[in-house]
Structure formats: C-alpha cells, structure tokens
Design a protein around this ligand. Structure first.
Ligand SMILES: [Mg+2]
Length: 209
C-alpha cells in the first residue's frame, strides 16, 4: 500500500494535528521501549502495548498545548523484517489506545533506512537515522516548533545523541526498553553534552521539566 505520509526521502512524516505550534517547545518521544513495549523486529501489531502510564505525560502536554511527536528508527522496514503496513497498523493501535485514555500525539516521524538494508533503504549513514538528528529537522519543518526549547525521551543513547546533534534543551533516558543496558554508556558521553536525566519510565516525566 502507498502511504501519503512517506516523503521523498522515504521518511514517514505525519501530522496528526492541524495546529502548527509555531515556536513552541515540543516533547519528542522515541516509540519502541519508551511509549510501547518492544520485543524485536518481528513484532506483530497485536503485540504492541503501551507501557503502563505513558498516556499520563501525553495528556499533560495536550493540556498545556505542548506538541508530542514520535521520532522512531524503523530499520526493520529497510531490512525487510517489517513493512510499512505493519508499521501503520501498530501506529493505529497506539493512537486508538491513547485516544481511549484521552491522550493524543501530534506527529510521527519514522526512518526506515539502515546500513544493512537492501535497495532504496540502504544508507551507510542516513542523516535521519538516529544518532543523526535529521528527523528533528523534518519535525521542525512540519510543525514550526523550536528545537532549542524541546525535550527528547529515549531508551537508547542514540536517541539522546540525535537530540544533542540538533541542540535540544534536555534529554531523558528511561529504563524501560533497552534503557537499563544503555545507562552505562552515559559515562562515556563527552562533557559538553545535552543535559540528561534518568527516569524509571515515561510515567515519571513531569511536564514542568
Ligand atoms: Mg527505542
């Protein structure tokens, strides 16, 4: 199936909200291991489950008119282990589950490129694949938000490196998903790096940051 959300660079760039959020700060979330439980590349849509309590912070952002945007590497698509169809189904499931809890995400950016992929998705170092920050630039273009006032929540150091590359205000490493293993790597980051806080899960994020 063809998706109108997929841009010329083969990046999924989707606006779920009509608002522009001009010059607004934004809460960026990695998807797998932060918002939903993540098994592996072969995950089926039915296996996608919200991590307990992750709707809470999204709801708070909705109330404060802070946009919430997912920024997710989906190299499994490039590798042929996932399809855009299953990605879209997982997204629908997440959006419906959040909507049942009165929480709403405003946008989704996903990068299918991978160094080991085949065909059009094979890129040694695609600017949109985290740890590169290209997906933040895609979001900025779509929503006119201010990256320098924004936050990123990830379960991998690469999520935070991507945020650092674009000069975001702060990063949060959650200990869900790969977070526990990734935590050690914080010690090896350069001194002049984005401010990072460790949280046990997304639920613990306070919206006044
Ligand atoms: Mg992740």
């Amino acid at each position: 199936m063809k998706y109108k959300q997929i841009n010329k660079q083969n990046i999924w760039a989707e606006k779920l909200s009509k608002k522009l959020f001009e010059n607004s700060p934004c809460l960026f979330l990695d998807r797998d291991g932060v918002l939903i439980d993540w098994t592996d590349y072969t995950m089926k849509p039915k296996d996608a489950k919200l991590i307990n309590g992750s709707d809470k912070v999204i709801k708070e952002c909705n109330k404060k008119k802070i946009p919430v945007i997912l920024i997710t590497n989906q190299g499994g698509i490039g590798l042929g282990l996932q399809s855009w169809d299953s990605f879209a189904k997982i997204q629908t499931k997440i959006i419906n589950e959040l909507s049942n809890k009165n929480a709403k995400i405003d946008g989704v950016i996903a990068c299918p490129h991978h160094p080991l992929a085949l065909g059009k998705y094979k890129h040694k170092n695609h600017p949109c694949r985290k740890p590169n920050g290209g997906m933040f630039s895609v979001a900025k273009k779509l929503f006119k938000i201010d990256l320098k006032k924004s936050w990123m929540v990830g379960d991998k150091i690469n999520d935070l490196k991507a945020a650092n590359a674009k000069g975001l205000k702060q990063g949060f490493l959650v200990l869900t998903g790969y977070g526990k293993e990734e935590k050690e790597k914080i010690n090896f980051l350069p001194k002049k790096f984005l401010k990072i806080k460790i949280l046990s899960s997304l639920k613990k994020l306070k919206v006044n940051f």
